[in-house]
Structure formats: C-alpha cells, structure tokens
Write a protein that binds this ligand. Structure first.
Ligand code: ATP
Length: 219
C-alpha cells in the first residue's frame, strides 16, 4: 500500500536525516520501527502520513506517486492512514467522545449516524466509562487509548503509532499491544515506532531498524 524507494530527507539546508530508505507497508502487515533516539523515526512517520515531502526518492502511496498528489486530494488519502502521535494531540476543551468523533463531525456527518460507532470504539479501547471526561483529567494510558480510538474512527487501512507504549506501565503496554494485534487481525496494516524491546519480543513481526539515517529490514 505504501512503498519507499531510495527516499532521502533533509530539513532545510541541514544534513540528510534519512538516506536511501527503501521498504514497503504491505496490506494487512504488522511491523515495528525502531532505532536510537533521534534516528529519524518520527520523521519517517511524517513522510508516511504525508505531512512531509521527501527531498529525494520515490514514495508510492495506494498506487499513486506521492509527488503527484495535489493538495485537494491529500485529505482523502490521509483518511486512510490513522496516526497516534507521541503527544496524543487531544483537544482539551472537548470530551473523550467529542475528540474521537471530531474527524467525522468535520466531514459534516450527522451525530446520530456515528454516535453508536464512537461509543463502541471507546468501549473497545477500554474507555467506556470515560466518554464524558476531558483530557486533562485522563491518565497517560487513558489519553493514549483515546488517541488510538480517534486514529481508528474512520477505519483506516493503515495505523501508524509513535511510541504508543512510551508512557504506560508494562500491563497496559501488553493490553495496547493486544489491541493492535486484534486490529491487525481484522485487516488493518499496523506500524509501531518503539524503543521498547520487551514489546517487540512479544510479537513475531518484521522489524525496521533506523540507524545513521539508513533503514535495515529484519524479517
Ligand atoms: N522540524 C525539524 N527541523 C529540523 N530538524 C529536525 C526537525 N524535526 C526533527 N529534526 C531532527 O531530525 C532528527 C531525527 O528526529 P526524529 O524526531 O525523527 O527522531 P526520532 O527517532 O523520532 O527520535 P525519538 O526517538 O527521540 O523521538 C533529529 O536530529 C532531530 O533533531
């Protein structure tokens, strides 16, 4: 679904952060992305989510050359890619329910048409009792799960998660991993950026490892 061929990226006139990156996200795959802090994991996720353009190389996304995707088409393609950001990006003045429903509301959907889906998804991530809470009173793990629910509400083909277990204890990390596995079994491709070796050891999945700007693939 997404393919990188010899992709390079530099910020402004700075050094090349990513060099000759080639890999794919096949439909229905489950992969980890790891590498030391500062290696460029978040930058790679931003390329995948089309919030950055490569400075060289080719990115093909759902069969289209990324360089030929116009501004008007971007939101349509992004909708197929759910992202859980490291800092969650929840809106504090909205409840958990409203945060998760926001992408649908923005598209002009009528609340009656999605209320049941949002509630069900929040129950699935274990936040059935926290629908009306605002982010400032949620724990780190609850915010993480709200962010996961928001990333999934439009049923994306791919879920990208940046350090989803970075701020949670080991039992919750295992629970989140189970959610990702369940999601993957239902057909969604999952890519998790993480430092957490313990987490990676729990799943027999391909590992993409970034170091010194280059990516190696370990099957
Ligand atoms: N907007 C930016 N402008 C300039 N340099 C940037 C920008 N964003 C990131 N960088 C640099 O790019 C490099 C890779 O950063 P990135 O955040 O992608 O790494 P990371 O592997 O996700 O790190 P961590 O695991 O600590 O989150 C770092 O040297 C960082 O300073």
């Amino acid at each position: 679904m997404i393919r990188f061929e010899n992709v390079g990226l530099r910020y402004g006139m700075g050094p090349e952060i990513l060099r000759d990156i080639s890999f794919q996200i096949p439909a229905g795959s489950f992969q980890f992305l790891s590498g030391p802090s500062g290696a460029g994991k978040t930058t790679l996720l931003r390329l995948l989510f089309l919030s950055l353009a490569p400075t060289r190389g080719l990115i093909t996304i759902f069969g289209k050359d990324r360089a030929l995707i116009g501004r008007r088409e971007l939101p349509h393609i992004r909708r197929k890619i759910g992202v859980v950001f490291q800092d969650f990006r929840l809106l504090e003045h909205m409840t958990t329910y409203e945060n998760v429903a926001l992408p649908l509301r923005v598209r002009g959907r009528d609340e009656a048409s999605y209320r049941g889906d949002v509630t069900e998804l929040l129950k699935w991530v274990g936040l059935g009792e926290r629908l009306n809470a605002h982010p400032p009173v949620l724990s780190g793990g609850e915010k993480q799960r709200a962010a996961i629910a928001r990333a999934l509400i439009e049923q994306p083909d791919i879920l990208l998660a940046d350090e989803p277990t970075g701020n949670v204890d080991p039992p919750l990390a295992r629970r989140l991993l189970r959610l990702f596995i369940e999601l993957n079994r239902s057909g969604t491709a999952v890519l998790i950026a993480t430092h957490d070796l313990n987490l990676m050891d729990q799943v027999d999945a391909r590992r993409l490892v970034l170091a010194d700007g280059r990516l190696t693939v370990h099957d």
